[in-house]
Design a protein around this ligand. Structure first.
Ligand code: PEP
Length: 248
């Protein structure tokens, strides 16, 4: 049985003060659920939010990292720095990073390898554009992203990897993939993992759906056979919505 995982991606929202307020409202949500709850917060808030989460079951995530442990990379944050704070997860290859910050499948792979090396669990984002879906090449696109992201990732490390399928056209747009379409792609991702790592590992890896997940559509998505959780953007900024999503 795969443990469901619901992660909030705050993106570039919330000052430290705002973040603490939000976390105080949601931090007991993980106490009475079998869902693993993660909040992925801006770098500047990680330390303070970590303190706020002490003694709770909510895990802490970052939204990006560099693959090198240190060096002349002005403005970047290394896995060692994240580890020092006690970060559990890191989002890698979010479509906004691919779109606005030139992240490629190659840099995603370097970050994934590095995160695993330093004991941080990567949430690897993949997904197609609307144009690619209309051309019926969405599975080719996603399988290429997955195969490159997982290059040189060992079978053992795969158990610490989470994948998030996020069709780009559904992020922040209010458009959700139908639960059937989302499940279809996520089953396909699982098959791709099975092809490389075998059935046992493919059945253990958790694959989330992301793209306008809200309290009103989360249950239907989570009822699908292969959807193991959600990566939630906008709705993770409102305590009530996020709590209702976790308690789907
Ligand atoms: C996201 O940021 O990964 C996301 C899915 O955003 P939203 O839920 O706002 O579509």
């Amino acid at each position: 049985m795969r443990k469901p995982i619901i992660a909030g991606n705050w993106k570039m929202h919330n000052t430290i003060e705002e973040g603490i307020k939000l976390v105080r409202e949601i931090k007991s949500v993980a106490d009475n659920t079998d869902v693993e709850v993660v909040v992925c917060v801006p770098f500047t808030s990680l330390s303070e939010i970590k303190k706020e989460l002490q003694g709770t079951k909510v895990k802490l995530g970052a939204q990006n990292m560099h693959w090198e442990e240190k060096g002349a990379y002005t403005g970047e944050i290394s896995p060692v720095m994240l580890k020092e704070i006690g970060v559990d997860y890191v989002i890698i290859g979010h479509s906004e990073r691919r779109q606005y910050f030139n992240e490629t499948d190659e840099t995603v792979n370097k970050k994934v390898i590095s995160a695993l090396k330093y004991g941080i669990k990567p949430i690897i984002c993949v997904g197609e554009t609307l144009e690619q879906r209309e051309k019926n090449i969405e599975k080719d696109v996603v399988s290429k992203q997955i195969i490159k992201a997982l290059e040189n990732v060992s079978a053992e490390d795969m158990l610490n990897v989470v994948i998030a399928y996020e069709p780009i056209w559904a992020i922040g747009t209010g458009k959700t993939a139908s639960s059937k379409d989302a499940n279809d792609m996520i089953s396909f991702i699982r098959e791709t993992i099975r092809g490389k790592y075998g059935v046992d590992i493919s059945e253990e890896v958790r694959i989330q759906y992301g793209g306008s997940v809200k309290p009103h559509n989360v249950t239907e998505l989570m009822n699908e056979s292969d959807i193991d959780g959600a990566l939630v953007g906008g709705a993770s900024l409102k305590a009530e919505d996020f709590i209702n999503i976790v308690n789907f």
